[in-house]
Design a protein around this ligand. Structure first.
Ligand code: NDP
Length: 256
């Protein structure tokens, strides 16, 4: 990659929430490969340290910042500590998320609350805490991880669908409020990827058959296939893109 590439993230620092595994870890590695220093977030310090060591072994720069994104005080303290002890956050990948599955008529209140708390409240908590530092600097990139479920419903995951639809609109709201301060806030909406979150679906042959019929690309996505979109939305290449949600879903939302 040429030094002056629009896609270069050299000299930038990116906080990735939920970076201990899955999509978050892949995006952390991808952004690091484009030059960013990574701050890995999650709840388990041990898993984060393993991830940091693996990146470091490959010559990539990363530090860890364990905190629970659903705890607003922990988020504020965590973001303050990064800004003070590590340096300014230029990019936020708001990725941490959970799934809960049950028919809607049997859905438990505790699972509803957990989904709202992790998938929606935390996007606001971390986004606001980071934006408060970005606004005085007049620049910053926030990428909220949405979902194909921001657009489409599927049986058994209505509350998850509600949170991801809300994150899509929160992304537009953040852009509407903060673009005037030089910030860019966009969404990245993955289709179906074989991570721990989707373990049960991956093991369900009938689901994969359905997915391959339903998706024009006729397969599961590989998490590495999200890196290009994340780098685009985190770099100068997207300098006039704001409030947009980029689908990376093998065409599933484009077709009936
Ligand atoms: P995983 O379950 O594999 O990983 C989730 C990550 O979030 C883990 O690192 C987990 O770390 C972290 N996390 C969960 N809760 C918290 C919390 N309260 N505080 C901090 N970190 C937390 O999921 P995926 O990688 O599949 O999903 C990542 C994002 O992508 C989610 O927002 C998901 O909704 C979205 N997405 C995923 C799709 C897919 O097909 N997989 C499709 C569309 C969207 P730890 O448990 O160690 O804290």
């Amino acid at each position: 990659m040429p030094e002056n590439s629009l896609f270069s993230l050299a000299g930038k620092r990116a906080l990735v929430t939920g970076a201990s595994r899955g999509i978050g870890l892949t995006l952390a590695r991808g952004l690091a490969e484009y030059g960013a220093e990574i701050v890995l977030n999650g709840r388990d310090p041990g898993r984060l340290e393993d991830a940091r060591v693996a990146l470091e072994k490959d010559g990539l720069k990363a530090v860890t910042a364990p905190f629970d994104v659903t705890d607003q005080n922990a988020v504020i303290e965590g973001v303050e500590a990064i800004e003070r002890d590590v340096g300014p956050i230029d990019i936020l990948i708001n990725n941490a998320g959970i799934q809960r599955r049950a028919p809607l008529d049997q859905f438990k209140r505790a699972d509803w609350d957990a989904l709202i708390s992790t998938n929606l409240n935390a996007v606001f908590f971390v986004g606001q805490a980071v934006a408060r530092h970005m606004i005085p600097r007049g620049r910053g990139k926030i990428v909220n991880i949405c979902s194909v479920q921001s657009e489409l419903a599927r049986p058994g995951i209505a509350p998850y669908t509600a949170t991801k639809g809300a994150v899509k609109n929160l992304t537009k709201g953040m852009a509407t409020d903060w673009a005037r301060h030089g910030l860019q806030i966009n969404g990245l909406a993955p289709g179906y990827f074989a991570t721990e979150m989707n373990k049960a679906l991956v093991e369900d042959k009938a689901f994969t058959e359905w997915l391959c019929k339903r998706t024009p690309a006729a397969r599961w996505g590989q998490t590495e296939e999200l890196i290009g979109a994340a780098v685009f939305l985190s770099s100068d290449a997207s300098s006039f893109v704001n409030g947009h949600v980029l689908m990376v879903d093998g065409g599933i939302t484009a077709s009936l």
